[in-house]
Design a protein around this ligand. Structure first.
Ligand SMILES: C[S@@+](CC[C@H](N)C(=O)[O-])C[C@H]1O[C@@H](n2cnc3c(N)ncnc32)[C@H](O)[C@@H]1O
Length: 404
């Protein structure tokens, strides 16, 4: 049972003790099978620090807020020379992570059972991961302020927040159920709440969010979504108002392909020949908001993952790097480029994304086996205006990355 003097932090601690998220898994086994967290330091250093070139040893201390059972272990195993601190309110998560640390003699990680709001440290951190945790704070801006106070001047925050384009329908029902007294503590309440949402009409947006393939999600997933006591979800403008109120600067999305029309719409479509240009004329925030609104029904768009920096020079850094001919361009990790022999068409495929490349895109992508300087791309026999457009479109589709 939750403690007698109940605070929201106590309630959440109890909730995550019973409903850990993600459910614990064998981290070592998953890593060996290729599992990677977004903004993995070893694979994606240039995405976190596009300004630091190959100075990987500049990362000494990393903090992980809401590390759950496995997230801090993942990073500590992947980066044995970096020191990690993990923080989580769930005792069970911390006990289970500690057991793993002891059994595996990991000496580059410490974890603490405390709310991130109450966490303090003598050292400041080079990277702070805050993945899917600030949504459980009564006031999410507090998480941003806390991160700001603990981050090195040249450090980066990697933040992931649930998307309102996906979760808003769930959240309306969640608030309603909780206001009616349905509780995750009572089995009968859970069953009844499950029956209420699964009994909604087939195309009801909240019911759609309960279906995985051809069956309903299991009861644990249902409770994590529909009966969690505190939760917020965020639109693009919510995210930018949090950023503006916290003194941070937005550096980049993890997956541009969720936000840019060039990644998701066919420019040359005859059915809506002007839509692409119309959206592209909007200011960035409105453009991203509209693209997310249009594509929100797709099931893999749960969250917004991005990096924040303290220095204004890093704001939208890709735009700055595109103006510097000495910037490097490379292919994003974990992509497959596939040429179909019968049609001669080339596709780029990642875990949640598949896109056909144009002829010029294919030509350029083939040059990126190793990182290449921007100025060397202009030596290719393509019209340079086309090159600019192709580079921008590949960047907006998260097929390439740019760094100094
Ligand atoms: C949805 S899980 C995310 C786990 C992990 N960050 C990931 O992305 O896989 C949220 C985690 O944050 C923890 N949490 C919630 N509120 C917290 C707080 N105020 N301080 C520290 N941890 C918190 C929960 O116990 C839970 O382990």
């Amino acid at each position: 049972m939750p403690p007698f003097f109940i605070t929201m932090s106590n309630i959440l601690e109890h909730f995550f003790d019973i409903y850990p998220s993600p459910f614990p898994f064998d981290v070592k086994d998953r890593i060996s099978k290729g599992y990677r967290e977004p903004f993995d330091i070893a694979d994606e250093y240039n995405l976190i620090f596009p300004d630091k070139g190959s100075k990987k040893n500049s990362v000494e201390n990393v903090l992980i807020f809401g590390c759950g059972h496995t997230e801090a272990l993942f990073h500590a195993l992947r980066n044995p020379t970096i020191n990690f601190v993990g923080v989580d309110i769930s005792k069970k998560a911390i006990n289970s992570a500690n057991k793993f640390i002891n059994e595996n003699n990991l000496n580059n990680i410490e974890i603490e059972n405390v709310s991130l709001i109450d966490f303090n440290s003598n050292v400041n951190f080079d990277i702070i991961y805050a993945n899917n945790v600030f949504q459980y704070l009564e006031d999410p801006i507090e998480g941003f302020h806390k991160s700001y106070s603990l981050l090195n001047e040249s450090g980066a925050v990697v933040c992931s927040l649930p998307s309102s384009y996906y979760f808003s329908e769930i959240d309306i029902i969640r608030k309603g159920l909780i206001n009616l007294g349905y509780s995750y503590l009572d089995e009968d309440n859970i069953n009844e709440a499950f029956n209420i949402v699964s009994g909604l009409g087939g195309i009801h947006p909240a019911r759609i969010r309960m279906v995985d393939g051809d069956k309903f999600i299991d009861k644990k997933d249902f409770v994590s979504r529909f009966l969690v006591p505190i939760f917020s979800c965020f639109s693009i403008s919510d995210i930018f108002s949090l950023i503006n109120n916290s003194n941070f600067y937005f550096q980049s999305w993890y997956s541009n392909s969720l936000y840019y029309p060039s990644a998701l719409l066919r420019k040359e479509s005859t059915k809506h020949s002007s839509l692409y240009n119309r959206i592209n004329q909007l200011p960035d925030n409105q453009k991203w908001d509209f693209v997310c609104e249009i594509f929100k029904s797709s099931n893999d768009r749960y969250s917004h993952t991005f990096t924040l920096r303290k220095d204004k020079d890093h704001e939208f850094i890709s735009n700055t790097l595109l103006k510097n001919n000495n910037s490097f361009v490379c292919l994003r990790n974990n992509l497959a480029i596939k040429k179909i022999p019968e049609s001669q068409e080339t596709f780029v495929i990642s875990s949640n994304y598949k896109r056909k490349l144009t002829d010029n895109e294919t030509l350029l992508v083939n040059q990126f086996e190793k990182p290449i300087k921007l100025k060397d791309i202009y030596k290719l026999k393509i019209d340079s205006e086309d090159i600019d457009n192709v580079i921008i479109s590949l960047l907006e589709s998260s097929i390439i990355n740019i760094y100094s």
